[in-house]
Design a protein around this ligand. Structure first.
Ligand SMILES: [Zn+2]
Length: 150
């Protein structure tokens, strides 16, 4: 579900993966996206902070001072179905902007693109239990050391 509104964008997506794995990738995405993390709640898989990128210019930046910084919230929540989690990424401004011409989903799109890529790689590759090489999940024998993947 995606909501793109005044000065912000909220989106949540469902993934069939463990909460630990999803949370690990969420943290990796946050680190890559140059977001200033202010709170990191490991127990509840919840992070929040602000975007480093300065959104306001000139008179608007002066008028709204810190308020032109966009804030973000990221969370991984357990879904009703076992083995399914909900990944939430929300970008909004402290003060909703009444007039917004441009779409506000840039960072949200960026986040899910990164997250989906990480997850796809994770689901596609397995780590050999003998030599720790990253190999295709489909193979029965490790192409690196030749041993069985089990
Ligand atoms: Zn191996």
């Amino acid at each position: 579900m995606k909501i793109d509104g005044a000065g912000g964008c909220f989106e949540n997506r469902m993934y069939e993966v463990s909460r630990q794995v999803a949370w690990k990738f969420v943290k990796e995405c946050i680190a890559e996206m140059d977001l200033a993390v202010e709170t990191m709640d490991e127990k509840n898989c919840l992070a929040s902070g602000k975007l480093q990128k300065d959104e306001g210019k000139g008179i608007f930046a002066m008028l709204f001072q810190n308020n032109h910084h966009k804030l973000f919230q990221a969370a991984v929540q357990e879904a009703d179905d076992a083995g399914t989690v909900q990944v939430v990424f929300d970008v909004h401004k402290k003060v909703p902007t009444a007039y917004q011409w441009s779409k506000q989903d840039g960072e949200v799109k960026d986040f899910y693109e990164r997250f989906d890529k990480k997850l796809e790689e994770y689901l596609h590759f397995a780590v050999c239990p003998h030599c720790h090489a990253r190999v295709d999940r489909q193979v029965k024998f490790c192409p690196n050391c030749g041993k069985a993947m089990q």
